[in-house]
Design a protein around this ligand. Structure first.
Ligand code: ZN
Length: 206
C-alpha cells in the first residue's frame, strides 16, 4: 500500500481494502502528518484503518485530510460516524451514521464512550495510531456502540495507559495536551474508574 494519490489510486485502495474510519482528530502543537496522498495535512484529519479484504490480518492506519476523506467515504460507503471531537462540548454524545441517507443517531454506552475517548486521547498525545488491541476495541464499539464492553477491556486500556513513557496517569496526559491546545475539553472517566476499583487494579486514569 503506497501513496494513494488521485481517484484511481483510491478506487484500487477501496477495491482491495475495507476502510474503517475511526476518528476525526486535530493536529496538536508541532505535529506533522501526511495525508494518504502524500500532501501535508492541515489542522484536521481522519484516522482510518484499512483492512485487506483478502487477509484481515493485514491492516494499516492512514491519516486522511478532508478532501481525500470525502472521496474515500464516497467510494467505500464507510459510515461517516465515530466523530470523536476533543474540543467541542458534546451535550448529547451520539454516534451519527450519516452514510447513505440519514439513519439517525445511535446512543453510545457510557463506558464505551469513555474507553473510546481514552484511546483517542492517548493516540493524540503519543502521536501514533491505535495498535492492534485498541483498534480491535474501537472496532467493537463501532459495530455495537450501545453494547457495553466487558470489564477486561477496561483492564487492557488501563494497562496500555501504564505504558506511557513518562509514567503519567491519563488525566495528567490530558492536562499536558491542554497546555498545548487549550480548547481541549475536560474528560471524566467514572465508569472506567468504577471497573478498575471493582477489579482491584492500580488506577492509571487518575
Ligand atoms: Zn490526500
Amino acid at each position: 500500500m503506497g501513496l494513494c494519490r488521485g481517484d484511481e489510486a483510491k478506487e484500487v485502495l477501496v477495491r482491495d481494502y475495507w476502510i474503517n474510519p475511526l476518528a476525526h482528530l486535530y493536529l496538536l502543537g508541532k505535529q506533522v502528518k501526511r495525508c494518504c496522498c502524500g500532501d501535508l495535512l492541515s489542522k484536521e484529519y481522519y484516522l482510518m484503518i484499512c483492512v485487506k479484504k483478502s487477509d484481515k490480518n493485514i491492516r494499516k492506519p492512514i491519516y486522511v485530510g478532508g478532501t481525500c476523506a470525502g472521496k474515500l467515504f464516497n467510494l467505500s460507503g464507510a459510515p461517516t460516524h465515530m466523530y470523536f471531537n476533543p474540543f467541542a462540548t458534546v451535550g448529547n454524545e451520539t454516534t451519527s451514521r450519516t452514510s447513505g441517507g440519514h439513519e439517525g443517531d445511535i446512543k453510545i454506552e457510557p463506558l464505551n464512550k469513555e474507553i473510546r475517548e481514552a484511546i483517542f486521547l492517548l493516540c493524540m498525545d503519543w502521536d501514533q495510531p491505535p495498535g492492534i488491541p485498541t483498534s480491535n476495541i474501537l472496532a467493537m464499539i463501532n459495530r455495537a456502540p450501545s453494547r457495553r464492553l466487558a470489564d477486561h477491556y477496561v483492564k487492557a486500556v488501563n494497562t496500555i495507559i501504564g505504558k506511557d513513557s513518562r509514567r503519567r496517569k491519563l488525566q495528567d496526559i490530558i492536562e499536558g495536551l491542554r497546555v498545548i491546545e487549550k480548547r481541549i475539553r475536560h474528560f471524566r472517566f467514572p465508569e472506567m474508574k468504577a471497573v478498575i476499583n471493582s477489579i482491584g487494579l492500580s488506577d492509571n486514569i487518575g
